[in-house]
Design a protein around this ligand. Structure first.
Ligand code: NAP
Length: 278
């Protein structure tokens, strides 16, 4: 889907990758609504780039409907949604603070799926739309100190594969970005943790990973949206590993390829009517 004049809702717009995504979305002619908690950095983006700021805490389930309602009241139906906000909770599970697990799952996994659920009916009815899930190689390979974060990212990667099947022939595309380390505050925090930092140091010594430039990442993600590519894997040297991890999902896609697309009517999940007593 070409982004020019499309309304794009971007979460985590004030972070390292989010700022680059915002700049490049504007450069491609999109109308952008930007979400994060802190109003100040959002207002800076709005002043500098002419985007529409929408401060919200996405860990609050009760705020999500309001986010979509306010975004659509301001700039019309959401044509594309980019789920980029996340928290990298670093530490062994037994070291984490109360609430860390819940907050991480709420922001990294629940919010993207819940927001997507809210925008999909409109996208399907209009016959076009795009959903971008920013995942991580930490959801493909496991690192000590990143079990919770990695679990949320693995969840996103898996959900993207299911969504792609559900949305066949609706005109709504999906892109999942499985990213390695990006030069960022998020990565600095991971490196400071003894277990996570030690593992990364070893992987870097083996040249299995290298730091990515956030501008290059943003360009690759938006190119994929415009080209309708479902997966972005960076850095390229780690892509084969991620592709192998995705093989069962790929296999299922192949097996189901000949099936008719699902209807857009919501699936019924009620219990079957009780039959005659035995
Ligand atoms: N950095 C890496 O090395 C790396 C590697 C692989 C994948 N990724 C993924 O790339 C994406 C962006 O990473 P990044 O490094 O750019 O992140 P970042 O710099 O830490 O930025 C996080 C963004 O999310 C927002 N945010 C945090 N908590 C929020 C909440 N409760 N509600 C709404 N917004 C919230 C932050 O703004 P406020 O604090 O103002 O809310 C900020 O805009 C993430 O999905 C991350 O998992 C990053």
């Amino acid at each position: 889907m070409l982004l020019a004049d499309r309304h794009v809702l971007l979460t985590g717009a004030t972070g390292t990758i989010g700022r680059r995504l915002t700049e490049q979305l504007v450069a491609r002619g999109a109308r952008v609504t930007v979400v994060a908690r802190s109003a100040g950095p959002l207002d800076d983006l709005a002043r500098r780039l002419g985007v529409r700021p929408l401060p919200a805490d996405l860990t609050q389930a009760s705020a999500l409907e309001d986010v979509i309602a306010r975004a659509e009241a301001g700039s019309g139906p959401v044509d594309a949604i980019v789920h980029n906000a996340a928290v990298e909770t670093v530490g062994r599970l037994d070291e984490l603070e109360p609430g860390d697990v819940e907050r991480t799952v709420a922001l990294n996994l629940t919010a993207p799926l819940a927001l997507t659920r809210l925008v999909l009916p409109g996208m399907i009815a209009r016959g076009h739309g795009h959903v971008v899930l920013v995942s991580s190689l930490a959801g493909v390979a496991s690192f000590p100190g990143l079990a919770v974060y990695g679990a949320t990212k693995a969840g996103l990667t898996h959900a993207a594969a299911g969504l792609r099947l559900e949305l066949r022939r609706t005109g709504v595309g999906t892109t999942v970005a499985e990213l390695g380390p990006v030069e960022s505050a998020m990565m600095d925090r991971a490196r400071r943790h003894s277990a996570a930092g030690g593992s990364f140091a070893r992987v870097y010594r083996l040249r299995a990973l290298r730091d990515l430039d956030p501008g290059v990442v943003a360009a690759a993600v938006l190119d994929a949206v415009e080209a309708g590519r479902p997966v972005v894997r960076l850095p390229r040297r780690a892509a084969p590993l991620a592709a192998v991890a995705g093989l069962p999902r790929q296999l299922v896609r192949g097996v189901l390829a000949g099936m008719p697309a699902q209807g857009s009517a919501p699936a019924r999940s009620v219990d079957p009517a009780p039959g005659p007593a035995a």
